[in-house]
Design a protein around this ligand. Structure first.
Ligand code: FAD
Length: 219
């Protein structure tokens, strides 16, 4: 199922890199540990990094009720949510053709607060599970005070696009004869061994989901 291509979401530069299907867009959103939310406040654009979770086609955002991001997101103002994955540095023979391999998604939508306690509970679980699948069940149950201290916004995505670059540099034909190294330096999200809290008073095994932690889609 594709998002319709409109004036708002059409990738103009190198349109062959654009994708509008939900599978591609959702995979990027799920793999990205965080997103950036763009909004306009009093005529000034702001782009704020924050954690997100996906519920079907919708994006969930959460934070302190006093947060401007949450207040504006809940107000129904237009939002732009961007997720970016950098897969490699493309090292071309020329600086001009040097680039990056990436997968990015831009989602445009409108938010509304989630107030229903059951829906709010499911959303809170979704944030934890987005970061560490399996952690919600192991965490100490959230209190009502903690729930009340968290605002959650459901963003209904109205339009979205992905852009994906893969492969080697695209140098000028004449430059291939130059004695300059060119290629791709692959990059990926990597976790090191978990570091136990010094206040871990009891002997507790490191949960399996923290050992060899990978983002969804990573091999
Ligand atoms: C890691 C990274 C590095 C980049 N570096 C550069 C750079 O140095 N210079 C540069 O010009 N561009 C860079 N880009 C590409 C940049 O994101 C835009 O695609 C580019 O500015 C061209 O946009 P446009 O004029 O085609 O579309 P715009 O008119 O800016 O956007 C139109 C619509 O196209 C869609 N769109 C545009 N870009 C993306 C995207 N990246 N992902 C998903 N949807 C998108 C959106 O729906 C947007 O509303 C980079 C992208 C990434 C992810």
């Amino acid at each position: 199922m594709d998002y319709p291509i409109t004036q708002q979401n059409r990738v103009r530069r190198i349109p062959a890199r654009g994708a509008y299907d939900r599978d591609t867009i959702h995979a990027i959103v799920d793999e990205a540990i965080l997103c950036h939310v763009g909004f306009v406040d009093a005529g000034q654009p702001y782009v704020i990094p924050t954690l997100h979770a996906r519920d079907g086609d919708d994006i969930l955002l959460h934070g302190a009720p006093a947060s401007r991001l949450l207040k504006i997101a809940a107000s129904g103002a237009p939002l732009c949510i961007t997720c970016t994955l950098v897969d490699g540095i493309v090292v071309a023979r020329s600086a001009f053709h040097s680039s990056m391999n990436y997968r990015s998604a831009v989602l445009l939508g409108i938010g509304a607060p989630i107030t229903d306690p059951t829906e709010k509970w499911a959303a809170l679980a979704a944030f934890t599970e987005h970061v560490i699948p399996g952690r919600w069940a192991d965490s100490r149950t959230m209190s009502e005070t903690e729930m009340n201290a968290t605002s959650i916004v459901r963003v209904t995505v109205e339009s979205a696009s992905a852009k994906v670059r893969t492969g080697p540099p695209g140098d000028d034909e004449a430059d291939y004869a130059l004695p300059i190294w060119a290629g791709v330096l692959p990059l990926r999200t990597h976790s090191d061994a978990p570091v136990a809290d010094p206040r871990l008073d009891q002997p507790v095994d490191v949960p399996g989901y923290l050992l060899n932690y990978k983002r969804p889609g990573q091999s």
